[in-house]
Design a protein around this ligand. Structure first.
Ligand SMILES: Nc1ncnc2c1ncn2[C@@H]1O[C@H](COP(=O)(O)OP(=O)(O)OP(=O)(O)O)[C@@H](O)[C@H]1O
Length: 376
């Protein structure tokens, strides 16, 4: 996005110390680049400095950053879920919130804006996929494996709290091509799902919506994010979104071109009141297994196997984050000599992808040993 000489202003910022507390300081905020324009707000790149006269200015007179500041109109009636969730999560594969503050609109604008100051990553998966597609390549396999593993790890963590991101798509997956690090961003749609409590089904960007959402299921689970994960993996292999429906309902038709017609039980379990098109005609003559091989003809067999376990109509049969993590597609990552070459570099780097916290190990349960056992 274009460089711009943005404003330099002073605000009182709340610094996130931990999930309960924050400390406030006067800080100067210098914006210099617009990096994202979403449906609800803007994201700018900025640096910060403790303002003269603030307690902290005595210890630091340096600009710190860069940070990404997401600015959205503040909710007046209820708490911002994005802020609440970002304050409690703490994971290497989830973007971290450093400060937050409210700011009044300019002169004729009575809106109050919520500002979330987050660590800033230089790219996202959408840009990476596009970059490689332009030169008729795909993201190199070792990078794809490392990215997918980190994405599944973030999901294991979030889903452990019952939190569903609800808008998994390549542009919401930040990456640093120089370190092959990945972090999920945009928790604007995220929600802690409670069993037997309905949630709106009209969420998630169309191409990445799980089939149960398309047919109006309101008691869905965190498996909707796993569907999104499958779509993202498929997109890394194909260089373009796998299911490009031209309308919300046609999205289901696109899915049936890979998985065949949805079974009746799927409609019954998702939404017995669904009255839309059920796409009962089989649009190909081979088996679903052969269909996966046709569509992913250039992809390695273990990737196809992983995709066939994720892209499944029935959310209960769809792989969970921990099942994804132990899949053979990732075995290479466990090798002692596993290394990746960042884009444009001849110097390999070693990744630290297995630094699981006690909490993550607990979530892995009996699969923990399988995941941590060295690769044979
Ligand atoms: N911490 C960050 N570092 C770098 N880029 C970021 C960061 N946070 C967001 N972005 C970029 O800004 C874009 C918009 O941010 P975000 O998705 O949070 O806003 P949004 O208003 O919800 O957008 P959308 O409606 O497109 O989902 C992201 O797609 C991402 O590319």
């Amino acid at each position: 996005m274009q460089e711009f000489s943005g404003p330099v202003n002073e605000y009182t910022l709340n610094q996130v110390i931990n999930n309960q507390t924050s400390a406030s300081s006067r800080m100067t905020v210098k914006e210099y680049k617009r990096i994202g324009e979403g449906a609800f707000g803007t994201v700018v790149e900025a640096v910060l400095k403790y303002a003269d006269g603030s307690e902290d200015s005595k210890t630091s007179q340096e600009w710190i950053g860069p940070f990404a500041i997401k600015r959205v109109p503040a909710q007046t009636e209820y708490k911002s879920r994005e802020l609440e969730i970002l304050r409690v999560v703490n994971h290497p594969n989830i973007v971290s919130l450093r400060f937050f503050f409210d700011k009044a609109g300019s002169l004729n604008d009575k809106t109050v804006y919520q500002n979330l100051v987050m660590e800033c990553l230089p790219s996202n998966l959408q840009s990476e996929i596009k970059y490689y597609r332009q030169s008729k390549y795909t993201i190199p396999y070792p990078h794809m494996k490392a990215y997918t593993f980190q994405l599944a790890r973030a999901m294991l963590y979030l889903h452990g709290f019952g939190i569903s991101h609800r808008d998994i798509k390549p542009s919401n997956i930040l990456v640093d091509p120089a370190t092959v690090q990945l972090k999920i961003c945009d928790f604007g749609s995220a929600k802690k799902l409670e069993p037997n409590q309905p949630s709106v089904s009209y969420i998630c960007s169309r191409y990445y919506r799980a089939p149960e959402l398309i047919v109006g299921c309101s008691l869905y689970t965190t498996k909707i994010d796993i569907w999104g994960l499958g779509c993202v993996i498929a997109e890394m292999f194909l260089g373009k979104p796998i299911f490009q429906g031209q309308s919300p309902e046609l999205q289901l038709k696109e899915i049936s071109k890979l998985l065949g017609p949805p079974p009746n039980t799927f409609f019954f379990n998702s939404n017995p009141n669904y009255r839309g098109n059920m796409y009962t005609n089989k649009l190909f003559s081979c088996t679903v297994e052969e269909r996966f091989k046709q569509i992913f003809s250039n992809s390695p067999p273990d990737a196809i196997d992983l995709l066939s376990k994720i892209l499944v109509y029935d959310p209960e049969s769809r792989a969970s984050a921990r099942k994804v993590l132990v899949h053979s597609f990732f075995h290479e990552l466990k090798r002692k000599d596993f290394q990746v070459f960042p884009r444009g570099s001849s110097e390999p780097i070693v990744l630290n992808l297995f630094n699981f916290s006690e909490y993550e190990l607990e979530l892995l349960g009996p699969l923990r040993d399988e995941l941590l056992s060295p690769n044979k």
